[in-house]
Ligand binder design. Structure first.
Ligand code: BES
Ligand code: MN
Ligand code: ZN
Length: 490
């Protein structure tokens, strides 16, 4: 990356613009004047310190100043700092060197600014400066080349800052993977990215090719791959710390393009379907920063990879597949392919008997109908595990909301010919019945949570730390879950 983001004790003099933040309750004329800010210019722009406001002015020494509204002091948390970081680099993108002086928002005047806030701010700076230019013939270089952040002093603060940069970069890596076209990022290419990552981060990796996937009897993955000319892959990647305290399994859906198969999607419905490996991207993103976060637990990632196409021998509606764990599935809609490949992956994860499992998948269009594009759905077989996950997601600033897994809905998946059908007999609740389908492949005594990211893996608009296109949703939560993981007795 050409942008250099560095921590500093105080604001360097050699910057082209500075970024300050003002809380709405500290935005009186007197308070602004005391900070050397031009009251009239700010008021002309309607500046009140309300959250998300941005004003461009000059400070008392004539230097360009970007003033960001932080909202009410008592509402300022790490998520606000992450947002401000992103807003700083977005609004400062036309300057060459930027000085960011916003940490006074947290415990004003104190030398010991909270580490988690510094981490969140650093994440925001990296996330807000994301650009995807790989497919431009003539990408204009970014104007902004250096960002210096004042108020970061001492080892704890600098470490938190560096960790935040790493986490942001890991999420940007996931975004790159999601944004790459399905015709380029084939299953083999995605697996190759995982191999490169494993080398770089000193992780163990196993990549199964078609013959090995056959030998392992991954019938769901094979069934989905049957209509494709590209070989599938199954990637297992492992981080092992010294003296691991428990094992966390992460499963990610890796459909590199979802045409729907023979149950083909509309042209419109396919336009964003390169994002259908967003679950695998989030898992890989987590591994990209895992050394920086250094969890005490072992972390194992499982990623089934294929596209879902409709070549001459593609799986037909009515075909029956046998999943890794022996369960047979009648495929009545080839567009409900995610659950088929995840069934194999969850079976394999279960065989390894981890202390807990999380899967992430762009699984159902229904989740966006239910919760919109900014909130993922989460379902679980274990309340304590769900609680841990929700706590982690909250501090990571990724929103999710629980949906139930009602036992009586399970009968909607009863097949006339096989153990299960892959779509519900009932019209509504598509996100829930998909979750119930997955649950069939998880060991009863393993705490498991399923996150449906079909709405959140992609964004149609830029907004602070969120970028248009692939969002990298899930990377931060997974890292926070791993960082705080403690295996529970069960
Ligand atoms: N990959 C899609 C889900 C999706 C939809 C992701 C929109 C992102 C945006 C998934 O494989 C799918 O096609 N699901 C079907 C399930 C249905 C056939 C039961 C759906 O949601 O329509
Ligand atoms: Mn599909
Ligand atoms: Zn899909």
């Amino acid at each position: 990356m050409s942008l250099k983001i560095s921590p500093a004790r105080s604001l360097p003099t050699a910057v082209d613009a500075i970024v300050l933040a003002v809380a709405s309750d500290k935005c009186s004329d007197r308070a602004l004047k005391a900070r050397g800010l031009p009251v009239t210019a700010l008021r002309t722009q309607g500046f009140t310190g309300a959250a998300d406001q941005v004003a461009f002015v000059a400070d008392s020494s004539g230097r360009s100043a970007i003033v960001i509204g932080a909202g009410a002091s008592k509402s300022i948390d790490d998520n606000r700092l992450r947002r401000i970081g992103a807003q700083a680099v977005r609004s400062g993108s036309r300057s060459k060197r930027l000085g960011v002086d916003v940490l006074d928002l947290i415990e004003a005047g104190s030398a010991s600014v909270k580490a988690s806030s510094i981490r969140a701010l650093a994440e925001g700076l990296v996330l807000g400066s994301y650009r995807f230019t790989e497919y431009r013939s003539d990408p204009k270089p970014a104007v902004l080349t250096a960002v210096s952040v004042a108020g970061v002093t001492g080892k704890a603060a600098t470490d938190a800052f560096t960790q935040g940069l790493k986490i942001g970069e890991a999420q940007n890596f996931a975004r790159d993977l999601v944004n790459r076209p399905g015709g380029d990022l084939t299953p083999a290419a995605l697996a190759q990215e995982a191999v490169k990552l494993a080398r770089r981060e000193r992780l163990t990796i196993e990549v199964l090719n078609l013959a090995q996937i056959r030998r392992q009897k991954l019938g769901g993955l094979l069934g989905v791959n049957r209509g494709s000319t590209h070989e599938p892959r199954f990637v297992k990647i492992t981080y092992t710390p010294r003296a691991p305290k428990g094992t966390l399994a992460l499963v990610g859906k890796g459909i590199t393009f979802d045409s729907g198969g023979l149950s083909i999607k509309t042209g419109e419905g396919m336009m964003t379907m390169k994002m259908d490996m967003g679950g695998a991207a989030a898992v890989l993103g987590c591994f990209a920063a895992i050394r920086a976060v250094a969890p005490k637990c072992k972390v194992v990632g499982y990623m089934p990879m294929t596209d879902n196409m409709s070549d001459g021998d593609a799986t037909r509606p009515g075909d029956v597949l046998t999943i890794r764990n022996g369960t047979t599935v009648e495929v009545l809609n080839t567009d409900a392919e995610g659950r088929l490949v995840l069934a194999d992956a969850l079976s394999l994860a279960t065989e390894d008997a981890p202390d807990a499992i999380i899967d992430l998948a762009t699984l159902t269009g229904a989740v966006e109908i239910a919760l919109g594009g900014r909130i993922a759905a989460v379902m679980s077989n274990n309340d304590a595990w769900l609680d841990d996950l929700e706590t982690a997601a909250e501090s990571a600033g990724e929103r999710m909301w629980q949906l139930p897994l009602p036992a009586d809905y399970r009968s909607f998946l009863d097949s006339d010919v096989a153990d299960l059908r892959n779509i519900s007999k009932s019209r509504g609740g598509g996100t829930i019945t998909a979750g119930l389908f997955l649950q069939e492949f998880v060991g009863d005594n393993i705490p498991w949570a399923h996150i449906d990211i079909a709405g959140t893996a992609w964004s149609d608009a830029d907004d602070a730390e969120t970028t248009k296109g692939g969002t990298g949703y899930g990377v931060r939560t997974l890292l926070e879950v791993a960082r705080t993981f403690t295996p529970r007795r069960r």
